[in-house]
Write a protein that binds this ligand. Structure first.
Ligand code: SF4
Length: 311
């Protein structure tokens, strides 16, 4: 398989076949981001021949005599082909609809068991597609996009150079809904900066409450020295939220969301694991965070953050 650099995928895509369609990020400008800094280029589109070669390799999973023998010897059922493909890269959904269509057709040809195709997408990637494009992509299997919106706080979006505004999130999410493409939002606690965590959460809830994400996956901001944000902090232009403020921000967000959705903190950046369905688990999750905040020690929490070497 062809893979460039560190491969990032959401925790809930663990069962999907990872297929490289792009590498790196077309935006490459968010101040806090260091995710694709190990690549010698900003963005690369995989040639179709490369994708086809990877699919040919993946196809062997269900037919390789050694795999079949191993399953039989272990008393396991005959391995089935993958049901889902996750296209890797920061934003494969930026590709032209025709290119995504060609990739979907290749996937279908080599792996007929695949039912859906997911990937990371930027809000602006959705904006590049017509409604007809989106409907066609849905009919070809694209579903369950992960959109790293981070926040609905316009001040934070602008400072961090995300390249869109809160109103764009609502607009493009509505277009995905219209096409029947489900999506998960990534939220980034801490992005609003010291003293603004609760406000950022409230503004985000206002935005998210106008959308229909099937899941909100929340991470916590970790500032790495190689980021532009680190330089901003050094220059005195921005201050980090304390870890306790981030936890409080999370609580405000959970309390303010009034849409039915799954809420999960997953990944190494999170100090705590919070998982549940909203609205029914709202009180349980908020209560858990409240107790945690009451008994937590900022220094100990901070020690976790500063010792985190990699996300
Ligand atoms: S869009 Fe995502 S991957 Fe690209 S720079 Fe921003 S946070 Fe990083």
């Amino acid at each position: 398989m062809h893979f460039h650099g560190t491969i990032w995928r959401p925790p809930y895509e663990a069962d999907a076949l990872l297929l490289q369609a792009t590498a790196g990020c077309t935006h490459h400008a968010c101040k806090f981001c260091t995710l694709y800094e190990d690549l010698p280029f900003r963005f690369r589109m995989s040639p179709l021949e490369e994708i086809e070669a990877d699919l040919g390799e993946a196809q062997l999973w269900g037919t390789d005599p050694m795999v079949l023998l191993s399953a039989r010897l272990q008393g396991l059922p005959r391995p089935e082909g993958p049901r889902r493909v996750f296209l890797v890269g920061a934003n494969p959904f930026v590709l032209q609809a025709k290119r995504l269509e060609d990739i979907a057709k290749l996937i279908r040809r080599y792996l007929p068991t695949v039912e859906t195709i997911g990937c990371f997408a930027r809000v602006t990637d959705v904006g590049l597609k017509s409604d007809e494009d989106l409907r066609r992509l849905r009919s070809l299997g694209y579903d369950g996009l992960t959109v790293g919106v981070e926040t609905g706080d316009d001040e934070a979006l602008a400072f961090m150079n995300k390249g869109y505004k809160a109103r764009d999130i609502v607009e493009q999410a509505g277009r995905l809904d219209g096409a029947g493409i489900s999506y998960t939002f990534f939220y980034l606690a801490g992005i609003s900066g010291a003293g603004r965590g609760a406000e950022g959460a409230l503004r985000t809830a206002e935005v998210f409450n106008q959308t229909q994400p099937k899941r909100i996956g929340s991470s916590m901001l970790t500032v790495f020295p190689s980021s532009k944000l680190y330089q901003e902090i050094q220059a005195g232009n921005w201050r980090e939220e304390s870890e306790l403020e981030k936890l409080g921000e999370l609580k405000v967000l959970i309390e303010s969301l009034n849409i039915p959705t799954r809420f999960e903190t997953d990944g190494a950046s999170n100090l705590v694991r919070v998982r549940g369905n909203l609205p029914e688990d709202r009180e349980r999750l908020a209560g858990y965070l409240e107790n945690l905040i009451a008994g937590a020690d900022e220094e100990a929490l901070r020690a976790y953050r500063v010792n985190l070497r990699h996300l």
